[in-house]
Ligand binder design. Structure first.
Ligand code: GRF
Length: 192
């Protein structure tokens, strides 16, 4: 696809509240580089879907997130796919179709504290229990295994005395919001 055809079409997969989606929508508003064209969720009640609707962006609720054909149909015109708090594994046939064009944001410094079961509160509790002095946010390409693909960017967050999983999560989330839009723009410039 060439730049003459307009902004790179981005699809965002979500399961939760969608603050990362919102950071992306705010940054890409009016952008000639990239545009969110669809928000896809496995959860019909996801707050992220409300954010998409408020921004007049098409939404899809997946009936079966493990069905590659349903997901591929929802992604039919996407050039770049962003997993922003999406909790399901991407079927291998979909990974194959979007290799190098599908990214995930994770609230820790991968390769540590990733993998099945390492999401939300569990991640931050495990980081604090480990005695680590820092955590952070990681953006990586998606492959067939949870949280394993090639790392693209990280932002570090210091662990403060008296941190709780909630307090750490809040600071990591701020780092996510800074990190994600820039990476999406950079990848879109490469793709477009
Ligand atoms: C973020 O911490 C993200 O890294 C993780 O789930 C959280 C989603 O937050 N995978 P939100 O839905 O973007 O607010």
């Amino acid at each position: 696809m060439s730049k003459a055809e307009g902004p790179v079409r981005v699809a965002v997969l979500v399961s939760g509240g969608g603050t990362n989606l919102q950071a992306l929508l705010d940054t890409l508003h009016g952008s000639t580089v990239a545009r969110v064209v669809r928000v896809i969720s496995n959860q019909s009640g996801a707050g992220a879907l409300d954010r998409a609707r408020r921004a007049n962006i098409a939404t899809t609720v997946l009936r079966n997130p493990a069905d590659p054909n349903e997901l591929l149909a929802a992604l039919h015109d996407a050039q770049l796919v962003v997993l922003a708090g999406y909790l399901k594994l991407i079927p291998p046939a979909v990974v194959a179709q979007f290799r190098g064009r599908m990214i995930n944001i994770h609230p820790a410094l991968l390769p540590d504290f990733g993998g099945p079961g390492m999401y939300g509160h569990h991640v931050h509790a495990a980081v604090l229990a480990s005695g680590a002095t820092e955590s952070g946010a990681t953006i990586h390409f998606v492959d067939e295994v949870f949280d394993r693909g090639e790392i693209i960017a990280q932002e570090r967050v210091r662990i403060e005395p008296g941190d709780t999983p909630d307090r750490l999560a809040a600071r990591v989330l701020e780092a996510e919001h800074r990190l994600l839009p820039g990476v999406v723009l950079e990848l879109a410039r490469r793709i477009g």
